[in-house]
Design a protein around this ligand. Structure first.
Ligand code: NAI
Length: 241
């Protein structure tokens, strides 16, 4: 068994999650990628000499089985990054119940599922661990057309603080990052008009990158932030201040 830290990254096959996986690999961690996209997860894992598991974070049974397998392979989980997330936008009046349930199921229940399993099966027992949840600024300020998404991210922030309070005496820290407008597949589909409107409201006048999110995740995940827990770092080029 390796004496390196095991870092589990949900939604690690692409976008921000892939950038986080690369950054934590460079910091010396063993990387375990969790994703629903097998092809991309497998190629990211082989690039990073890590492992991957195909698992839908919204399904608690799959999550429990996956966490058991990771512990069997790696012995323990030191770092958990809850990054998997989706959007299904519509104005609230027109939002379909299924789109509400899917977004809440993956973005919010997925974080609950993974944190619960990893805390219970590894971190609480080892009295050590660090969890970073990827929220969003819209979980703080709201966003028209994103009732499901912004509610899920507000939930992630509350869940982060609750888990931080419940696990601090066991040497476990739980923090969140609230990114603004980051260049990935998720934002590439937005109409140009929406992008221009966003950029107008960003003092730094540019989108952020996955690497910039990953740098903040590394800080919160590793020892440089050893006295920080229950916090949310806003990473948005100055949009919300
Ligand atoms: P992305 O769409 O590029 O990547 C998301 C990853 O999650 C994909 O690899 C996808 O296959 C995986 N995934 C989706 N559903 C899953 C499920 N049920 N179980 C496991 N994996 C699943 O998105 P992006 O932009 O990299 O987003 C990553 C996180 O950052 C998300 O939580 C998102 O809400 C958050 N975020 C993104 C922002 C942006 O501007 N791109 C801004 C603020 C937050």
């Amino acid at each position: 068994m390796s004496d390196k830290k095991t870092a589990v990254v949900t939604g690690g096959a692409m976008g921000i999650g892939k950038a986080i996986s690369e950054r934590l690999k460079k910091a010396g961690c063993d990387i375990v990628i969790i994703d629903v996209d097998e092809e991309k997860a497998s190629s990211a894992a082989s690039e990073l000499e890590g492992t991957y598991h195909v698992c839908d974070v919204s399904d608690s049974e799959q999550v429990n089985e996956t966490v058991d397998k990771i512990i069997e392979n790696n012995g323990k989980i030191d770092i958990l990054i809850n990054n998997a997330g989706i959007t299904a936008d519509a104005l609230m009046m027109r939002m379909k119940e299924n789109d509400w349930d899917r977004v809440i199921g993956i973005n919010l229940k997925g974080v609950f599922n993974f944190m619960g399993a990893v805390l219970k099966k590894s971190m609480m027992r080892n009295k050590s661990g660090s969890i970073v949840n990827i929220a969003s600024i819209v979980g703080i300020i709201g966003n028209p057309g994103q009732a499901n998404y912004s509610a899920s991210k507000a939930g992630v922030i509350a869940l982060t603080k609750t888990a931080a309070k419940e696990s601090a005496t066991r040497g476990i820290r739980v923090n969140a990052i609230a990114p603004g407008f980051i260049e990935t597949r998720m934002t590439s589909d937005l109409p140009d008009k929406v992008k221009e409107e966003f950029l107008r409201n960003i003092p730094m006048k540019r989108m952020g990158t996955g690497e910039e999110v990953a740098a903040a995740v590394e800080f919160l995940a590793l020892e440089n932030s050893s006295y920080i827990t229950g916090q949310v770092i806003i990473l948005d080029g100055g949009m919300v201040m």
